[in-house]
Write a protein that binds this ligand. Sequence first.
Ligand code: TYM
Length: 334
Amino acid sequence: MDDKKIIFSGVQPSGNLTLGNYLGAIKNWVDIQHDYHCIYAMMDLHTITVRQNPADLRRRTLEVLALYLACGIDPKETILFVQSQNPHHAELGWVLDCYTYMGELQRMTQFKDKSARHAENINAGLFTYPVLMAADILLYQADYVPVGKDQMQHIEICRDIAQRFNAIYGDVFKIPEGMLSKSGAKIMSLQEPTKKMSKSDENPKAYISMMDDMNVIAKKIKSAVTDSEGVIEYRENDETKAGINNLLSIMSAVTGKPINTIVSDYSGQGYGTFKSDVAEAVVEMMRPIRSEYDRIIKDKEYLKNICAEGLEKAYAISGRTMRKVHKKIGFIQK
Ligand code: TYM
């Protein structure tokens, strides 16, 4: 084994992925894939905390894989698999449930948000979701977890659970760290820029889906909510600037230019020109991804083979951790 560090991350196939998922997570995964041993999954176990249509879930799981590939993830170097196909996730999730406190889970903002949005279905899975996520990461002894800012609280609880477990049983789990992308870590809604861009938003104008047509993408950016001041400036804690801050972050994440360079490039210019340029930059970035995606999604056999190969490798790694956990806890070995 070489000394490359291990990366684990994933996306829930619960809706069409957004520009936020891409700039906050997947783009970063592509950029770092040669420097680490990377493992990425389609997190379907997590999706059923909210009711899913079975046919849609099946279809979306392969669509997410096709998108990972279209974005540039190399399946020869990276392990890619479907979470529910590896039973170790649910198994370690249960074990870790017994090392997690109710009070810790009650503090999770995602739980509070989702239970407010799905008041008719506040199930136990929604509550213990962060524990399953901790299991996902700890099974692979990951060093780093590249995610958007919204997931950092879950990484923190994962670290707490792992440290608590290690304090009882010795060094069982590696303590992972979150890894944020430079400018895309929190892409906001185009319509309510104080809220994060989310694939479950009721208003489709609020988010850019990776499945949107190029002209729809351009239109959504051009009609993004801004302010009436007319000055292109990044002011982090000024809510009236949230729309412009967001467009600047998007432009920076897409072009790789620092925000202050972009600000000086557009000094004295109006929002119209700036929005058109952001729209063009996003469209130019998405166009090749979309055409790759359209090609790959047709080949279901290829996609299923990648999942099968990935699963075999993932299962071997997670099995080692699982055996260690069983032994430490006092379960009789098979
Ligand atoms: P999910 O499916 O909501 O989002 C996938 C990734 O996209 C990031 N993201 C964003 N980044 C920037 N701006 C946004 N507006 C934005 N929206 C989403 C998320 O931070 C995430 O990195 N619980 C996770 C999935 C998961 C997971 C894991 C991730 C399950 N187990 C283990 C890492 C490791 C989730 O719901 O992500």
